[in-house]
Ligand binder design. Structure first.
Ligand code: AQP
Length: 343
């Protein structure tokens, strides 16, 4: 590790990775790996906040790792690992549970959405998810976190936790020689035309792994025919495409497809509308199929190839976990000293 900016982000091994995860997060991970010290984590401890079949969890953990690599992450440049192999995440999360306030967690919209109507039946882990996420980032004192729009609120909470820890232990932190607080306030990096990719069936719902309809998302493991079928079936409206962004108002499904196409082809939404304004959906959808297959097709092939050698994936995760632990252990040692734990 050098003194470059430290970046951390994670993806849950909860099922099929999709275009939203790819455009909202993984493409950003890849773009940052040469300029920064990056840790990218398969967050298996987060996954079990809702029930996971153990054999499926192991398979999904390897598949997310394969998707990282097939998307262009280099395990030599970036640290790729799974969260449960670095116990310091859970250890710091406990301390953060005692720093964070109930009122802060009560405001988290993801818990409300995921717990649904029957909150009493949700796991305690699902409720405390954001304190573990803060620990994931801060156990490396990472300063930048590339994520999709949906994680913005959790990142704000991580900043509040870091700030409160710095305030609560200000005397001890200063005595330990940290003039500007112990934890940095991590910044979310939420940029580009596809920070919130929506369902292909409903423009008001986020594209999600847990949507029961497979037609709602493009999975990174989908083959070319499946991608084409899903885009052809994607919900649209009968009007032709507008030439300017103002014409996207009130047309969420179209806005979503334009954002996806812009992100896949490295264009702005305005450029896309200039090219396709006035055309029929069939023309645009054909171009969208081509762009999607060109980008996602090779990733699916890569995932299948990598998944045929799971021992190699496990070796990569073990190596990444050892490297992650080498950063986390000394930070955790300082946290314990600051908090007054005898070692
Ligand atoms: N639809 C999306 N658009 C843009 N970014 C997205 N992300 C997720 N969905 C979209 C970003 O992908 C990263 C990893 O997400 P995650 O797997 O850790 O958690 P999630 O947000 O809970 O993903 P899903 O697909 O919505 O899973 P389920 O269905 O289990 O809830 C994050 O950076 C996230 O912002």
């Amino acid at each position: 590790m050098t003194n470059k900016t430290r970046v951390f982000s994670g993806v849950q091994p909860t099922g099929n990775l999709h275009l939203g995860n790819y455009l909202g997060a993984i493409t950003k991970f890849v773009a940052m790996q040469r300029e920064h010290d990056c840790l990218y984590c398969v967050v298996d401890l987060h996954a079990i906040t809702v029930w996971q079949e153990p054999a499926e969890l192991a398979r999904n953990t390897r598949e997310v790792t394969a998707a990282f690599i097939a998307s262009g992450l280099d395990p030599k440049l970036s640290i790729l690992f799974n969260q449960s192999q670095v116990a310091e995440h859970a250890e710091l999360a406990w301390i953060f549970n005692c720093v964070a306030r109930l009122g802060w967690l009560n405001r988290m919209t993801q818990f409300k959405e995921k717990a649904g109507k029957d909150k009493e039946a949700a796991s305690v882990g699902l409720y405390a998810y954001p304190t573990l996420m803060a620990a994931d980032i801060l156990v490396y004192r990472a300063t930048h976190v590339p994520v999709g729009e949906d994680q913005k609120q959790h990142l704000e909470l991580a900043r509040d936790i870091a700030q409160k820890f710095n305030n609560d232990f200000a005397r001890q932190i200063e005595a330990a020689g940290h003039a500007d607080g112990f934890f940095p306030l991590p910044e979310p990096l939420i940029q580009g035309p596809a920070t919130r990719v929506m369902s292909l069936r409903d423009g008001s719902k986020k594209m999600s792994k847990s949507d029961p309809s497979d037609l709602s998302r493009i999975n990174l493991a989908d083959d070319a025919d499946t991608i084409a079928k899903k885009i052809q079936k994607a919900k649209t409206d009968p009007e032709p495409l507008p030439s300017e962004e103002a014409g996207l108002e009130g047309r969420p499904e179209l806005e979503n497809l334009i954002g996806i196409f812009a992100a896949l082809t490295n264009k702005s939404r305005a450029d896309v509308l200039r090219d396709y304004g006035g055309k029929q959906f069939s023309d645009f959808k054909r171009a969208l199929v081509d762009a999607s297959v060109a980008k996602i097709g090779p990733i699916g092939d890569g995932i299948r190839r990598l998944m045929s050698d799971t021992a190699e994936i496990d070796r990569i995760l073990k190596d990444g976990s050892d490297r992650a632990r080498a950063i986390a252990v000394p930070i955790m040692r300082q946290v314990k000293e600051i908090a007054g734990f005898i070692r």
